[in-house]
Design a protein around this ligand. Structure first.
Ligand code: ACM
Ligand code: ZN
Length: 479
């Protein structure tokens, strides 16, 4: 029997013939299997499932369900399976544009079918704060709304909202049932205009008073010299940590320009008092202090790769490599730090298929040049983000995410020797109805690897969107 799903299992033994099941499947935990590993053996009318842990059990039962034929029979075979990487994630940006709980559940359902085990939820940014706070109501009353949608789509109407605590708990529980852990992201010290709009005194100038309607990198970042910044951030983290039981907690760290810090007496005083060599080290101080606070709460911090520029990042912090021209992440992994690969040019699903065709995503090898044997062990997995500046509605969301997320799923699960693009695209097509059943509609197959005029059309459409957004920005830019 042909296995027509993604990710491809590591090992299948065909016995030939079909059988009907006599009795319930036999389930047995086996501590000798690798994490999330399982076997499914179908022979002589019996289904025997062994599994390493809860993840393995979930995937064993999923496999059994997939092998059931429309007439109720099963092929006689054995599947032995376990993931290549321990960390397999998708990221959703709910700050730039919101999704409904139902839409997120559809994506989570599809991701579970593809065996993702982490959902990185980007919940705060310059353009909106999306977590209900009962401690700081201003985070929602002010921080969750921007004057208009912006980003080239100026219709003059206020845009925003946030996920209530009950909605967040519902999403976390829905994920847990599918062996997915949610990693919240509260981005800092940059990408915090929405936070500072609610707390202007936490900006270096004290003058940030409105949630941003612009895209791109913002000059205003949290003041690292002001003790109130840390006190407030810690109280916010207390509240957010209560909603997310997982160990990993993303604290951002990307795209934090140092212009305001360089002009700020408090930041300069902090730099001197801590004996720091420059403002990158001040970011290192900031990040390490927040990471240490999270550690007291049993959490482990995750950051974007810019946090490595300080040269002082605590070794326990997990680093997401999205754009690392200096190769800091290779050095980090080689010296014992854990790294997640989410390369901008291959895994950023908000970019058009003309720039990032499906094959390019599929063939990206997360094992970069320069990794030692230890370094390779420290690449814990892969993640693909969907940033939503230009993704306003769910049809577009699904079009951009699928099938490229299927390519990331197979890289995350299946051994490199078994990866084969032709087989992958055939199985991707065969799996589209299963994704539809989850509630997501992938881009049509003709758009997956555009060539010639189709590729140019895809690129031009994206450039037009960015151009219009930037034009709008210039008109609203108060900096
Ligand atoms: C990022 O794309 N700024 C992580
Ligand atoms: Zn400052």
């Amino acid at each position: 029997m042909n296995i027509q799903w993604i990710p491809r299992p590591q090992h299948v033994t065909q016995y030939g013939g079909v059988m009907t099941l006599c009795g319930d499947p036999v389930l047995r935990q086996d501590g000798s299997l690798p994490p999330e590993g399982y076997t499914v053996t179908l022979r002589g009318g019996t289904a025997t499932l062994t599994y390493a842990d809860d993840g393995g059990k979930y995937y064993a039962l999923q496999t059994l369900a997939r092998l059931r034929q429309p007439d109720g029979s099963y092929p006689c075979l054995a599947v032995e399976d376990a993931p290549q990487y321990a960390y397999r994630a998708f990221m959703v940006d709910s700050a730039r544009h919101l999704q409904t709980v139902g839409e997120l559940k559809a994506v989570i359902e599809a991701a579970a079918a593809l065996r993702f085990n982490y959902f990185h939820w980007h919940l705060t940014d310059d353009q909106g704060w999306r977590i209900e706070s009962t401690v700081f109501p201003q985070l929602n009353e002010i921080g969750s709304f921007r004057a208009e949608d912006g980003f080239g789509n100026k219709d003059g109407r206020r845009y925003g909202g946030y996920f209530t605590k009950d909605e967040i708990r519902d999403i976390v529980a829905f994920c847990a049932e599918r062996q997915i852990t949610v990693i919240p992201e509260v981005d800092m010290p940059g990408h915090t205009v929405a936070l500072m709009a609610a707390f202007p005194q936490l900006s270096c100038t004290g003058k940030v008073t409105a949630v941003s309607t612009k895209i791109g990198i913002h000059k205003d970042i949290l003041c690292a010299g002001n003790e109130e910044t840390f006190e407030t951030v810690f109280r916010i983290l207390d509240e957010v940590c209560d909603l997310f039981p997982g160990e990993l907690f993303h604290i951002g760290g990307d795209e934090a320009p140092k212009l305001r810090w360089a002009d700020c007496e408090k930041c300069k005083a902090r730099l001197r008092a801590e004996g720091l060599s420059g403002f990158e080290q001040l970011q290192g101080y900031f990040t390490n202090r927040v990471a240490a606070y999270l550690k007291t709460k049993g959490k482990r911090a995750v950051t974007w790769n810019e946090s490595l520029k300080s040269g002082t990042l605590d070794n326990d912090v997990v680093v997401c490599n999205w754009m690392d021209k200096a190769n800091d992440c290779v050095r980090r992994a080689n010296s014992g730090g854990k790294v997640i690969e989410e390369d901008f040019f291959h895994y950023y699903l908000d970019y058009p298929y003309g720039m990032t065709p499906l094959k390019k995503t599929y063939t990206f090898d997360p094992m970069r040049k320069g990794l030692t044997a230890e370094g390779r062990n420290n690449i814990i997995g892969v993640e693909a983000p969907l940033w939503t500046e230009f993704v306003r509605d769910f049809d577009r969301f699904c079009y951009m995410m699928f099938p490229r997320l299927m390519a990331v799923a197979e890289r995350g699960w299946t051994a490199p020797a078994l990866l084969d693009y032709k087989s992958f695209t055939e199985r991707a097509k065969a799996m589209l109805p299963a994704l539809e059943a989850c509630g997501v509609t992938a881009a049509p197959a003709g758009d997956w690897d555009p060539r010639g005029p189709a590729r140019l059309r895809s690129l031009h459409a994206h450039r037009r969107a960015v151009f219009h957004a930037n034009r709008t920005d210039r008109r609203t830019d108060d900096a």
